[in-house]
Ligand binder design. Structure first.
Ligand code: SIN
Length: 523
């Protein structure tokens, strides 16, 4: 089946939804696509802490300093300037005033600003401790109300470019242009062709490449891998941010214990009830998260333990009762047999956020014509070598808007006659059957390789080992991919191995420790 749109947006987190809303309001023919069965199934949905927003005692200068300090001044300056000026007010102008979100209030009835590590003022608004699902669901409702078209259960396979796909040989000699995407209709097991004047990749991050992650299993770097195959620039791939505190539990996986607990006083402790963070940083428990994650990892290695503890029970002094302020963490831990009002929470660091990605400017433009990247899939340079907490939702929001604005005012349009030279996705004649067990096994092997050799602390030897292992997996997976019946899991597996290789190659190239890329000299 062949479709045609002004804009195809892949991914339905905060960045993709915001972009779709602005485009639709301007009257463009836009479709928002997700590989999941529910529109809300995105990384945004799981965000807990909150979103940086304007506040009277804050300033663009202060926020700029905090972002640059966390990012080790590896940040792209124009992106930081743009963010600190236009980002914080947008939370009130768009999310509160247009979309109608009501963030949590203090007992006095004012907006309850909270703190997280490395922020010099309390500038984060939140909805209890599940800000992400509140924003995600509100944006979906709003988008539906204004008539945004959604397609669920469609897995993007590859970008269509003139150079790669056209049967008109003259297209080979033209500048490379993105003309749409091939996507698998998961329900009908059939690839469809989506032509578009512009494609926006808002596919989120790569957390699922790691054994411990706060991300959902869908975070397999799909957009980054697609953009890479089409020839777009991918940058800063060595910067994988590890969150210091995910729940360590036999049955509950991928559950974040928000940094805002430490913002509200919680302390990290070892198995002897000893607070250890001041041994690693004068900022103690509120040191930047790369420092905290490494400190916990170091403590785990030195004591031979698989986890440490976070104690909020003995330190919380907030005006909102603990069970309400952290309602989701409270109830999830309670379900797992832990009462956070009475006892410390077992935690382990986990892959959380990708600071690298598809190179994009302040209008979301990638290095390929007609291709935009926003949200975690993009690397705008805002975060530099390490992201300041609670800036990612706002980055998605702001770049969703700026990208839509760029597309709306864009004069260039592809002559749609050129689409007729693009064939549909070719299905191999001799199809190999799909074995879910093998796919699962391969994903697990990648996750362990990445966790052990390209994780919180990296060595030359470990990275070389990861490179060799990934070469082997990649060879096998690519061969299988060519002959296998297309399936969402296979597409994700291919994307996972491509992104893992990009991360390891970048980590090997950058021999200096900076931000969340830490190279140990020991090997
Ligand atoms: C958290 O709540 O700790 C996560 C916030 C973030 O990653 O920005």
């Amino acid at each position: 089946m062949r479709h045609q749109f002004d804009v195809v947006i892949v991914g339905t987190g905060i960045a993709g939804l915001t972009c779709a809303i602005y485009l639709k309001k301007a009257g463009l023919n836009v479709v928002s696509m997700t590989k999941e069965s529910h529109i809300s199934d995105s990384n945004t949905f799981h965000a807990q802490g909150g979103i940086v927003a304007s506040k009277d005692d804050d300033s663009a200068n202060l926020l700029r300093e905090d972002i640059l300090n966390a990012g080790c001044s590896y940040n792209r300056i124009d992106a930081v300037e743009y963010f600190v000026k236009y980002g914080p007010p947008l939370v009130f102008d768009f999310l509160v005033n247009d979309v109608g979100i009501e963030f949590s209030k203090s007992s006095k009835g004012d907006i309850d600003y909270t703190e997280e590590a490395a922020h010099s003022v309390k500038r984060i608004v939140h909805f209890e401790d599940h800000t992400g699902d509140k924003i995600e669901e509100s944006l979906i409702d709003y988008a539906k109300k204004i008539g945004v078209k959604f397609l669920v259960d469609y897995t993007a396979i590859d970008l269509i470019t003139n150079n790669h796909h056209s049967r008109n040989t003259q297209e080979l000699y033209k500048e490379r242009e993105v003309m749409g995407i091939y996507a698998l209709n998961n329900k009908k097991d059939y690839p469809e062709t989506f032509f578009a004047q512009n494609v926006v990749l808002a596919t989120g991050g790569i957390g699922n490449l790691y054994y411990h992650s706060t991300n959902p299993v869908s975070a397999t770097g799909d957009g980054i891998s697609m953009a890479y195959r089409a020839g777009a620039d991918i940058i800063n791939a060595e910067f994988v941010q590890f969150h210091p505190t995910s729940l360590f539990h036999r049955d509950i996986k991928r559950f974040l214990i928000s940094e805002s607990l430490r913002g509200e006083g919680a302390r990290l402790k070892d198995h002897k009830d000893h607070e250890f963070m001041y041994e690693y940083s004068e900022m103690g428990d509120l040191a930047p998260r790369d420092v905290v994650a490494r400190s916990i990892y170091d403590r785990m290695s030195k004591t031979g333990k698989e986890y440490m503890f976070l104690d909020i029970a003995n330190y919380y002094e907030g005006s909102i009762p603990l069970e309400k302020r952290f309602s989701k963490i409270y109830s999830t831990c309670k379900d797992g047999g832990i009462d956070i009002t009475k006892e410390p929470i077992p935690i382990v660091p986990a892959a959380h956020y990708f600071c690298g990605g598809i190179k994009a400017d302040i209008k979301g433009r990638s290095s390929l014509k007609n291709l935009y990247a926003i949200g975690e899939a993009a690397c705008t340079g805002l975060h530099g070598a390490n992201r300041l907490a609670s800036t990612s939702l706002l980055e998605g929001l702001l770049w969703g808007k700026s990208t839509a604005e760029d597309i709306i005012q864009k004069k260039y349009r592809i002559n749609t006659k050129r689409f007729s030279s693009i064939p549909d996705w070719e299905i191999p004649s001799d199809i190999e059957e799909f074995d879910p067990l093998l796919i699962d096994q391969d994903i697990k092997a990648i996750q362990l390789t990445m966790w052990n050799y390209a994780g919180i602390i990296r060595t030359e030897k470990g990275l070389r080992r990861a490179e060799a292992d990934l070469d082997y997996y990649s060879h096998r997976i690519m061969r299988f991919y060519k002959s296998a019946k297309l399936h969402k899991d296979i597409i994700e597996l291919r994307n996972s191995v491509v992104c893992s290789s990009l991360i390891v190659a970048a980590a090997l190239r950058n021999t200096k420790s900076v931000g969340c890329h830490y190279r140990s000299k020991s090997n």
